[in-house]
Design a protein. Structure first.
Length: 116
């Protein structure tokens, strides 16, 4: 069964850090471009960051540039999102997304809450 599982979310104070992980099972993630999306209550899902299959190309939403870093460890079949200097507006459910050609996979999502 092809599956993406996110972990590492939770509650953090403004200015704090979290590292999200997206672990794949049933597939070799190194073939896929992997991205992180988020959806806040009452808002549309938006792209946060993405990384190419080889890891040589990364992209970030303007709202997270300089604060978030995406990386991948293909040996561990895992992609990470390091989130620093978190703000209350980063509060959302974060989803891992993997795509190769017409194959698209989504994780179940994980809650990140930034609040004092």
């Amino acid at each position: 069964q092809l599956q993406l599982v996110e972990s590492g979310g939770g509650l953090v104070q403004p200015g704090g850090s979290l590292r999200l992980s997206c672990a794949a099972s049933g597939l070799s993630l190194d073939m896929y471009t992997v991205g992180w999306f988020r959806q806040a209550p009452g808002k549309e899902r938006e792209g946060v960051s993405s990384i190419s299959s080889a890891g040589g190309s990364t992209n970030y939403a303007d709202s997270v540039k300089g604060r978030f870093t995406i990386s991948r460890d293909n040996a561990k079949n895992t992609v990470y999102l390091q989130m620093n200097s978190l703000k209350p507006e980063d509060t959302a459910v974060y989803y891992c997304h993997a795509q190769v050609l017409i194959t698209i996979l989504w994780g179940q999502g994980i809650q990140v809450t930034v609040s004092s």
